[in-house]
Design a protein around this ligand. Sequence first.
Ligand code: FA5
Length: 348
Amino acid sequence: MNLNELKVKLDAMAEEARAELSTLERQDDLVQARNRYLGRKGLVKDLSAELGKLPPEERRLVGQELNQLKDAIEGAYDAQLKRLEERAREAALAQGAADLTLPGRGLPPSGGHPLIQIEEELIAIFRAMGFDVATGPELEADLYNFESLNFPADHPARDMQDTFFVEPLQGREDILLRTHTSPVQVRTMLKFKPPVRIIAPGVVYRHDDDQTHSPMFRQIECLHVDRGVTMAHLKGTLTHFVQRLFGPSTAIRLRPSFFPFTEPSAEVDVQCIFCGGDGCRVCSHSGWLEILGSGMVDPNVYRACGYDMDGITGYAFGLGVERVAMLKLGIPNIRLFYGNDLRFLSQY
Ligand code: FA5
């Protein structure tokens, strides 16, 4: 073969290979065809043998063209392979999409957050005793959170409930994140005359942070005002409540305490549910665990709410939901409630 014949042959083979490869529908056929051109005993190899027979100066020229031929065949092979793979992917997708009988991806079963579950349990116990549920805002006025509850502006009792004040809101500088649910007592008494029997669940805020104190936590307030309500009613209500919650033999005790809005005031402890009152690490070997603050409503609160106090008495208490949940579920660190760790949450 002379130079011209060889060139014509190269061009014809490039054309033929491109046409053939682009029509093959199966990957196996494609690989075979490629090998027929570029394999060790392939058609391109045969042409290379012809190359050796040309004079040296022509050899270089045709050598270049031979390389271009190889590239062209390789390129046609790659393009067709890509096309076939794309088509196979689309077919698989179309098949999957059309298969409406495939079972759906189920959501894992879940319960409510343990705190909310406990809160709902507590609310149900009080509702069964005849209490209505009242609510109030978390952004509260100083007037309701402190002033009407008999905390004068400079009273040191305010220090126990250090909180977060917010930027002046609609021109008002007396707005804070409420430190307890007790302002709902005031809001309720401003609206309704006795008899009043309400509980008020909700979120409250304080400048606190350790294993048993969180800057944001939940309380349930309770208020019962009527003619002839005494501390015996307070103790009876609380005893019934803890026995429904922790079991019928659970005892409570009232310890003298101070709140500006109750007189007398008492902290309420339950008999340690871990050791039954014998003393253990959880109750600091005292046999008792504090869960709430309580007392008889102070006459100054009635005055602030415009109540005619003739013959009217009442009790109130505020319990910490986290504290109760930690006892009930045996949880040692309050932060576990807020970590959103599914290993913790999925146990409840
Ligand atoms: C009060 O908040 C009073 N308002 C309760 C009250 C209501 C007294 C009505 C009298 C009449 P105290 O600060 O003790 O009281 O909080 C009540 C309960 O909230 C505590 O017993 C505790 O269970 C819970 N608690 C207080 N601070 C935190 C905190 N930082 N994190 C989690 N729980 C808390």
